[in-house]
Write a new protein. Sequence first.
Length: 146
Amino acid sequence: MAKFVYRMQNILNIKIKLETQAKNVYAAANRKYLEEQEILQELMLRRVGYEKKLKELMNGNIDIKAVTNARNDVNTMKTIVRRQMVEVHKAEKAVETARNELNRIMMERKTQEKLKEKDFEKFKEELKAEEAKEIDQLVSFTYNYK
């Protein structure tokens, strides 16, 4: 019996490897995004703590030096939080880019797999036709020599 050989199997294999790599890139980008989000949450909690400390210093006896330091701490934390928000946004864009690339590569792989399926269906039809031809020849040979 004939064996099916997909003539573009090497291309399909490359598409599968590219998809695996794209999945790894997407996973890394997503992991980086989650890490940046976590850092942002921690920084925001620290900023809230500094603001709370500043409010406490503003009540009762006011120590100007401590209030000034606390206000500077709050302003510094606001700057750090803004920078971290930019990092989170960059990581989010990287995730989106990786997702789009993964989707594109998956579509290419699926296209190759559909082409392989169509080739296989064509191969089965040709095999069926060949078998039918052999059966017809065998039947006519048997019929003619009776």
